[in-house]
Design a protein around this ligand. Structure first.
Ligand code: IDP
Ligand code: MG
Length: 139
């Protein structure tokens, strides 16, 4: 399994606010290469499957509503130490706790609407990339 790739989504709030360009600029300026990318919209079934690990959480319904309300940008990113470095670049889940200069500090409104997703492990990066890009020639 590749250890130098991660998966991201620019979430509906970031797309709605017109932040696609600024966030991609920050990602590429931080040394990530875009391996695959698309503008897409998740169905409720997609969001429930993608976030299945959170299905018992009280915010699950809200999360599915949020993630399906408009387009997202899904992308596979490549860099040495991609998973960990990308989590550092996006900052804490709650933007109130995110470090200065991180994507969530700059662009997220709340713990729920937090602008960007980043995989939390190499295994999940592979699963999440396949979820959005299955069958695509990106490797
Ligand atoms: P992560 O995106 O930083 O990995 P997770 O804990 O995996 O954070 O949660 C997945 C997503 O669920 C978050 O990015 C956020 O959109 C949403 N979420 C997490 N915690 C809450 C909460 O307490 N209220 C509302 N939404 C939440
Ligand atoms: Mg997570």
């Amino acid at each position: 399994m590749a250890t130098n790739r991660t998966f991201t989504m620019l979430k509906p709030d970031a797309v709605e606010k017109g932040h696609i360009g600024a966030i991609l600029e920050k990602i590429t300026a931080s040394g990530f290469r875009i391996v695959a990318m698309k503008l897409t919209q998740m169905t409720a079934a997609d969001a429930k499957e993608f976030y299945a690990i959170h299905k018992e959480r009280p915010f699950f319904g809200e999360l599915v509503e949020y993630m399906t309300r408009g387009p997202i940008v899904a992308a596979v990113l490549e860099k040495d130490n991609a998973v960990e470095d990308f989590r550092t670049l996006i900052g804490a889940t709650n933007p109130a706790d995110a470090a200065e200069g991180t994507i969530r500090k700059l662009y997220a409104a709340s713990i729920g609407e937090n602008a960007v997703h980043g995989s939390d492990s190499d295994e999940n990066a592979a699963i999440e990339s396949a979820f959005h890009f299955a069958g695509r020639e990106m490797f």
